[in-house]
Design a protein around this ligand. Structure first.
Ligand SMILES: C[S@@+](CC[C@H](N)C(=O)[O-])C[C@H]1O[C@@H](n2cnc3c(N)ncnc32)[C@H](O)[C@@H]1O
Length: 200
């Protein structure tokens, strides 16, 4: 029988590096929409370390993720119950957000999930609002480390529609096409990046 709630051990390794950048991006108050929350462990760790008036809305496209998220975030007043949100939905159940965080999703989903993410973020962010992406990226079509190349091969072997996306030829142009301009990039441990796109 599966253990409940599920755990994602990688969140223990990356959460403080992500948090250190997120702290510099969040507003003092308002709504942070998390896309693809997975187990909810990022929300549970980060929310108590962010401004108390910032409300965190976790979401995921997998219906069975919602109970895990709610179990991990129980008792944290600034975290709302998890909502079902597939980025490819033409309309999202959250009409407005001040900032959006999406960790480790666009390479573990079809490219349409990334396109849906950019379109949805452009719909619900205010001008200047940030979409924050975390994960591995290719640069100029090339992997930045052998471990990322191997990871990409393993992803594509699991599902041919998955794969590490190219920041320069895929992510930035697709985001810009819907009004999300590249604003910043931050190097993260283990050859990952944080990418900040802002609504123009
Ligand atoms: C590798 S997990 C990442 C979870 C968490 N963000 C983390 O970093 O540990 C990928 C998550 O993306 C979700 N996902 C996949 N396609 C999605 C989509 N189109 N919209 C929203 N979430 C999606 C999956 O259900 C899964 O929970």
């Amino acid at each position: 029988m599966d253990r409940h709630p599920r755990h994602a051990p990688a969140t223990l390794r990356n959460r403080d590096a992500i948090l250190s950048i997120l702290k510099t991006l969040v507003p003092d108050r308002g709504l942070l929409l998390e896309i693809a929350s997975g187990t909810g462990e990022h929300a549970a760790h980060m929310t108590p370390r962010l401004p108390p008036a910032l409300v965190w809305q976790p979401t995921d496209a997998a219906p069975n993720a919602l109970a895990d998220i709610d179990a991990h975030t129980a008792g944290c007043e600034s975290i709302r119950p998890a909502l079902l949100l597939d980025t490819r939905m033409p309309s999202w159940p959250v009409p407005r957000a001040d900032i959006i965080l999406c960790c480790n999703m666009i390479h573990i989903a079809p490219w349409e999930a990334a396109l849906g993410l950019f379109a949805g973020a452009a719909r619900i962010l205010p001008t200047g609002g940030a979409l924050v992406l975390y994960g591995p990226f290719r640069r100029q079509g090339l992997h930045t480390a052998p471990s990322n190349a191997e990871f990409d091969r393993s992803l594509r072997a699991r599902d041919t529609s998955w794969g590490v996306r190219c920041l320069d030829s895929e992510v930035r142009p697709a985001a810009a096409a819907v009004g999300l301009e590249f604003a910043a990039e931050h190097s993260m441990p283990a050859n990952n990046l944080i990418i900040v796109l802002r609504r123009t």
